[in-house]
Ligand binder design. Structure first.
Ligand code: HEM
Length: 419
């Protein structure tokens, strides 16, 4: 048997340089070994940095997402993890079949490519409104004025969240899921925000129970009332998951993606000249900029051997999808942004039964947003030196605090439609 090499993942990524450019850190991890070992939030975790092993675990039924299906207790059952947080995060991502299938089936049909395509017009409308406001300024913070409000508005409309509540929801989840706050003391400090978030979600469910609308929360409330085996806590946690996953990730696809294009002017120019490269561009931005760095932890249901390393039953395994996406063995010239790359079997949306439910929606938003930005702004440049860009501390969800861009808008409406 081979010994797993020990690392400290948190330390590897804590410097501002690593946050700004994690590519060398992932390269180092892949070089260190096929299976690594690192301290983690709940003890220790095996860490997989390479494509082949990541994909093989994602499709291996010997690994569970729900720690309760593994001997040795539940991951969140620590005395210091508040019950509300446990409830909020007990969504389908942390469930195994048959619970996982039952929950996913309840919402799956709202996110099929066919259903999502029907939203194209509305996504275009929101995009144009946001760009109208942004185009009045010489410097735009793309995150605040575009990358955040677009997906937040889309998912809020899908779920029926009233407009005045949207930004307050966003602020609350940023507090509650702050990765820098994963300690007993921080949990106690953040407890009031968890209570507020719980109240916000229950108010939303009550609103849609009292005033049904043509939205997903209403559909879920009706499923619960129709005896469709959906408990109240499950409903709350589902709404939380959809609202959270529905925007927090796409924000970073648009933000990180636009930064990557601006920093690779040759690729940006190619896309301007060949707009039909948009689909392969989006796949490449998903691969190269990795808005989601790692999937939910997996737990070994039995002893498993990976690349000669024994992973004992009940062990936690961390799958670095961002690193898998940069693995030379799977992607030639992996460190280079190539918007024509085909095939492009990235794992940015995961793989297997937990494959991202919102992938069609994320792709649609990016397919509308990026070409609209390029049409509206014939010139896009970073308004600050790249070293001054601030990255959010969460490497699991990689994104910028702000992205100031100097823009030169296409002057008239006629010019715009000609572009
Ligand atoms: C660029 C945007 C996005 C990325 C990179 C992304 C990434 C992912 C990944 C990697 C997973 C798998 C998690 C795991 O296996 O542990 C996942 C699951 C999921 N995503 Fe996304 N996501 C994105 C957008 C969205 C959107 C717009 C929604 C809309 C609601 C969404 C909803 C979900 C849900 C509900 C799951 C859980 C699926 C399951 O457990 O069966 N995601 N996503």
């Amino acid at each position: 048997m081979v010994e797993a090499v020990r690392v400290n993942l948190q330390r590897e990524f804590e410097s501002p340089e690593a946050r700004a450019n994690p590519i060398p850190v992932y390269a180092k991890l892949r070089k260190l070994g096929l299976v690594l070992r690192s301290p983690a939030l709940y003890g220790e975790s095996f860490v997989l940095p390479r494509y082949e092993e990541v994909v093989s675990v994602l499709k291996d039924p010997r690994f569970a997402n729900d720690r309760r299906n593994v001997p040795g207790g539940t991951s969140l059952d620590r005395w210091w993890v508040p019950a509300i947080l446990r409830m909020l995060v007990s969504s389908m991502v942390l469930k195994d079949p048959p619970d996982h299938r039952r929950l996913r089936n309840l919402v799956q049909k709202a996110f099929t490519p066919l259903m999502v395509d029907k939203m194209n017009g509305r996504v275009e409308q929101i995009t144009e409104e946001l760009l109208d406001a942004a185009a009045r300024k010489p410097v735009v913070d793309l995150m605040e004025e575009f990358a955040l409000p677009l997906p937040l508005t889309v998912i809020s409309e899908m779920l029926g969240v009233p407009e005045p509540d949207r930004l307050s929801f966003r602020k609350l989840i940023t507090k509650v899921l702050d990765p820098a706050a994963m300690s007993p003391l921080a949990f106690i400090r953040n407890y009031p925000y968890m209570l507020q978030l719980n109240r916000f979600l229950r108010r939303l469910v009550k609103l849609r129970r009292d005033q049904p609308g043509d939205d997903l929360v209403t559909a879920l409330v009706q499923a619960e009332e129709g005896g469709d085996r959906l408990g109240e806590d499950e409903l709350i946690s589902m709404v939380f998951l959809l609202l959270f996953a529905g925007h927090e990730t796409t924000v970073n696809l648009i933000g990180n993606g636009m930064l990557a294009l601006v920093q690779n002017p040759g690729q940006l120019q190619k896309l301007r000249e060949q707009p039909d490269l948009i689909d392969s561009t989006i796949e490449e931005l998903l691969r190269f900029t990795n808005p989601v760095g790692q999937v939910a932890p997996r737990f070994a249901k039995e002893d498993v051997e990976i690349a000669g390393v024994r992973i004992p039953q009940s062990s936690t395994v961390t799958l670095l999808i961002a690193s898998a996406n940069l693995d030379e063995a799977a992607f030639p010239n992996a460190d280079t942004l190539d918007i024509t790359r085909t095939p492009n079997r990235h794992v940015s949306f995961g793989y297997g039964i937990h494959y991202c439910l919102g992938a069609p929606l994320a792709r649609l938003e990016a397919r509308v947003a990026i070409p609209a930005l390029l049409r509206r702004f014939p010139r896009l440049d970073l308004a600050v030196p790249a070293e001054k860009l601030r990255w959010r501390p969460n490497i699991g969800l990689r994104g910028l605090e702000a992205l100031p861009l100097s823009v030169s808008p296409a002057g008239s409406a006629a010019e715009r439609s000609a572009a």
